[in-house]
Ligand binder design. Sequence first.
Ligand code: ATP
Ligand code: MG
Length: 405
Amino acid sequence: MYQADLISKTRKHISQSEESLNAQILIKAGFIEQVMAGVYAYLPLGYKVLKNIETIVREELSTISAQELLLPALHPKSMWEKTDRWETLDVLYRFTSHYTKTELALGSTHEEIITPLAQTFIQSYQDLPLAVYQIQTKFRDEKRAKSGILRGREFIMKDLYSFHSNSEDLDTYYDTVIQAYTRIYQRLGIGDITLKTYASGGSFSKYSHEFQTLSDIGEDTIFVCESCNIAVNQEIIEEQSICPECGNPHLIEKKSIEVGNIFKLQTKYSEAFDLRFTNEQGENPLVIMGCYGIGISRLMGTLVEIFAHDNSHMIWPKAVSPFNIHLIALNTDNSDVSQQAEKLYQKFKSQNISVLFDNRNERPGVKFAEADLIGIPQRIIISTKSLAQNAVEINGVITPLDSIK
Ligand code: ATP
Ligand code: MG
């Protein structure tokens, strides 16, 4: 698209109240705007990044037979009472309908919705296993919301739920989810610093697993086994003080951001909703469940915290960059330059390569400052000087025009 058509503008200064680096950078670059503490609007550039993260997640989940659906964000009180979480879940937003006086909640998670719904598609063992997921807005009344999009009161999560006829089948699927998650974080460029982390399994299993991205600004503390490249969350370090995989007693304390969390729920929710199936013997046992979250918008914030340069701007990993190429024409009053630039732009477009095309009549300094803020990793500059050599500059390297296919 033409940069002149972008609705968002880059900004030199932003409000003092924005404390986190991720939000500062994203607001300056025109990717997001803060609406109130913990609530952000995603502007076209930011929304593209979010969608690119979602695409990677969708592609990987499609390889593990998970089907996408969309559950409501508005929930009846009755379902949250069934699990005793109406009163106890402190982050749950609850309110009363003005007209019907019905009490409602805004979904902070969806076990209470998916479990009773699953009874409509699970009758017999032949219907199992199955897995469904959604990418949706979650609402949580977070006490502190000072970490930009890392901790929203409204945020985007991918939540996946799996249903099984026995625990071994859950175990197998759980491991394939770990593999899919590993591929997702790798594709996002944070594979090496995102560690599978043993965390509390609640009342229903020994452990859950989190995926923790190492970062000094992280709110979590984990203890890393450097030989296995896994970690133990501080919350269980007293019961689990050595590496659960190799027994290494020398775990190293680090700060990290929780970008995913997976649980073997076993029958915790199927019991609450009496979700059963008919097995091969004609009996009616409870369905075994797992749940698997990824913080999509938190991941975007994490990428900013990890890949920010000089604490001032982003260079996006290619996989999620809002555009493949930033094409910048300098000296646009030179008609040769503007024609060549337009030709290049059309050529990329015809090849389905996404391009942000800056053909505005602005000073180079202004253009570069904005391009730095936007952070597209591949930059092509065309100018009077480069055209004199019949070339463009690709990320600083002079490249003949006719070598661009
Ligand atoms: P935290 O301990 O950070 O509050 P959580 O353990 O309560 O998170 P889960 O219920 O496990 O979160 O949610 C699944 C994923 O959703 C988390 O791993 C995280 O990546 C993301 N997430 C949770 N809360 C938020 C939030 N307030 N804003 C953005 N992402 C969030
Ligand atoms: Mg968690």
